[in-house]
Design a protein around this ligand. Sequence first.
Ligand SMILES: [Zn+2]
Length: 328
Amino acid sequence: MLVAVNFHYIRKTFDAPFPSIFGVTPKEFSDQLDILGKTAQFLGSDDICDIIDGTKSLPPKAVVITFDDGFKEQYELAWPILKEKGIPAIFFVNTRPIEENFVPTVHKIHIIRAYTPPERFLDILISILKNRGCSLTFPSKQKAKEVYRYDSEEDAQLKYFLNYVLNETERICVVDQCFEMLGFNERRISKDLYMTKKMVAELAKAGAIGTHGHEHLPLGLQDDATAKRDFDISIQKLHQWTGEKIVSLSYPYGFREACSIDVAEHAQKKNIRFAFTMERTGNITIDAPMFIGRFSNNDVPGGKNCIVNDEEFWTGLKHATWFRTGRK
Ligand SMILES: [Zn+2]
């Protein structure tokens, strides 16, 4: 059984005025590795390739540690802990932030929300849209709370507006404009937030780099040409920076529609051997290497939302199902 465990932010403190960036401290990360390591064996990229090739068998309890989004804090805070413990991991990086000092919309939203009250953020978004002649209605509190039960009314309305009222193009445009209006410096933030090419090269040398696309687009929702281009640029940049072969992919966002057979087949043609979704399941075998299920670190032993003990966790695991039966 393979359990893939994904991390994002790792910081010494999470003390922004409005909590919107969540993650682990180095101590929490280290403790969780110790908990997982008590029963499971850690695998790296080479091990997974060997299992796919049939030259190695999948241990009864195996864990692969992954990081998405290429944050510098992952290199600075997580990598030394992993090295010290001798645990392999795979860091999935986006190449455009590193190449062009760009910040993907998803991270701009995290940053704006961390420093802006939700009602103000929503007001700005709506006023930008009004200035453009769009007449979008303010989401009702009730509707928003139905979807985001655990958020405050204001947060629920903001999230509902961003994720359900706006389409992807509108979201990118208005969030970009809002980010600028609020005085955030994209170039400087990008430099602080993402790994450098040198860091990526060092991790790649250790077999610990995979692609997360160029721009952090939901690849399965793009037209064919856009998805392929985004993937191809990311691979080309990673080769250029590292001189290493890149064999793994983590679909940005990882929800079902963000993954696709077409993207998987294209990636395989470009030497990708395996890929992670965010289908929150274990993997009894690696029967569909381009659609390996993966948990958020919160959901596994040692994580904030894991309410079962280690034994119950491993015995209760289900196998991944996405894209197993044809093109669905
Ligand atoms: Zn991501």
